[in-house]
Each structure stands twice: as C-alpha cells, then as structure tokens.
Design a protein around this ligand. Structure first.
Ligand SMILES: Cc1cc2nc3c(=O)[nH]c(=O)nc-3n(C[C@H](O)[C@H](O)[C@H](O)COP(=O)(O)O)c2cc1C
Length: 130
C-alpha cells in the first residue's frame, strides 16, 4: 500500500504529529512548501494536516490544496493541531472536495502540541487505514 503524509506547520506542532503519522504509515512527512511535496504518483492513502491561524488555513496549505491533482490519492485522511477550533479539519476537507479523492470522515485532532500519549494514539489511528 502506498501512503503519503503532507502537512504545513508554522511552529512545529503539526510537524510533530505529521512525523508520528508518517512513522506509522511507513513513509516520510513532507511539508507542503518543500520541494517534492507534489504527489506525482497516485497513493492509496494521503494523510494531510495543518492548523488554524486566525480561523483560516495558512496560505501554503491553501495553495497546496488548490494544486492537488485529481485522483492523486484514493483516500485522504485529515489531521490538525489547532488550539481551540476544529474548523481547520473542515477547511482541509473542503479543499479536497471535487478532486476525485474519497475524503475519510474520521480525522485526527491533537490540541496544540501533541504529547507522547497523543502521538501513540495517532499511530493507532493510522493503523485503521493501512
Ligand atoms: C497567529 C496565530 C493564530 C491562531 N489562530 C487560531 C485560531 O483561530 N483558532 C485556533 O483554534 N487556534 C489558533 N491558533 C493556534 C494554532 O492553530 C496552534 O497553536 C497549532 O498547533 C499551530 O500549529 P503549528 O505549530 O503546526 O503551526 C493560532 C496560532 C497562531 C500563531
């Protein structure tokens, strides 16, 4: 099974979570502003995450979502680390709509910086999809 993890993180919280997800998914966590973040080959599961900044997504993640090619993933699973609101999850899901990707209803949320227990939970969560 082919997996990919893409994220955007300003201050590191989402990065920590993305890296735990990537470990569990047997892949690498790649920031959306990094070279090579585009999905050239279709994957079975794309884990994609970000956080909220002033009730919106960072422009890097917004742009990345816009540029995602149709059908580049069979399924997408969303994660986020916003402090208060889970609106980021809805915004990412919205960004994935109409791309020929099945967007998993279930998502993973960690409030701000995930601790060791939360990271273990994230790894178990990944196991449901791979
Ligand atoms: C400028 C700024 C604005 C933020 N606005 C929100 C917000 O509107 N709602 C929310 O729940 N969290 C908000 N947060 C908290 C971040 O979403 C949270 O700290 C998140 O874990 C940051 O992820 P990152 O470390 O991956 O960048 C904000 C943080 C910053 C720095």
């Amino acid at each position: 099974m082919k997996t990919a993890v893409r994220y955007y993180s300003r201050s590191g919280n989402t990065k920590v979570l993305a890296e735990a997800i990537a470990r569990a998914a047997g892949t690498e966590a790649i920031s959306v502003d990094q070279a090579g973040s585009e999905l050239e080959e279709p994957v079975d599961v794309l884990f994609i995450g970000g956080a909220l900044y002033a009730y919106g997504l960072d422009k890097h993640l917004k742009e990345y979502l816009k540029g995602i090619k149709n059908g580049c993933a069979k399924k997408a699973v969303v994660f986020s680390t916003s402090l208060i609101s889970k609106h980021s999850i809805d915004l990412i899901k919205k960004g994935l709509a109409g791309k020929g990707i099945e967007v998993e209803e279930d998502s993973f949320y960690a409030r701000s910086k995930p601790d060791a227990e939360k990271l273990k939970e994230a790894e178990r969560f990944v196991g449901k999809f791979i």
